[in-house]
Design a protein around this ligand. Sequence first.
Ligand code: CA
Length: 238
Amino acid sequence: MGIRPLILVVEDERAIADFLSAQLSTSHYRVLTACTGAQAISMATSHCPDLVLLDLGLPDRDGLEILADIRTWSALPIVIVSARNQEEDIVQALDHGADDYITKPFSNSVLMARVRTALRKRFANGEGPARTKQSFGDGRLSIDYGKRLITTHEGQLHLTPVEYKMLTLLAQNAGQVLTYSLLRKELWGPYAGDNRALRVNMANLRRKIEENSADPQFLLTEIGVGYRMIESDDEEFD
Ligand code: CA
């Protein structure tokens, strides 16, 4: 990409805002900061950032309101960065349109991975060729979408239709958490019940894909929130 991506950091705590700005600038992103909700909305509309990192506890408005506000006019990636670490806060933000969620305190590597993932999605959206193949863990797991083939070091896998859909949903959003409710809705429609079927299918999928399903390397659990597939290897396009 030619122009370096522009990231809007919305954070009222000066020390955290400075830390985020410094880390992002070091990684060659352009950075803007806002310390109130009102400023965040005004900067998001006037500067069209490629990504927003959004704190929830702001002095004038709650971050969830800012999220809802931006979502009425834009699908730009928004990653919540918050000290609120309760499962229901995280699920609520994700289900209201946040792309991802980082809890404070966070490590720089987690921050950068989430930023990369959110931006990749931003620049992949709509434009460009459709993904035809994807691999994970230095090729230890690969997906061929055209042929509907899943391959591991043990060879070709046989997945049920639900397992295949679950894996490809997570793979196409690799690096990003998908909530239980989103996955249920995608797999079984709006009237899907509890998470039991989801858990059963995930257990089966892990048995087939993971070398040790008790210690998964590809399909990670975010307890109380959902599942996250690891970041993919460099992608191949047709
Ligand atoms: Ca705050």
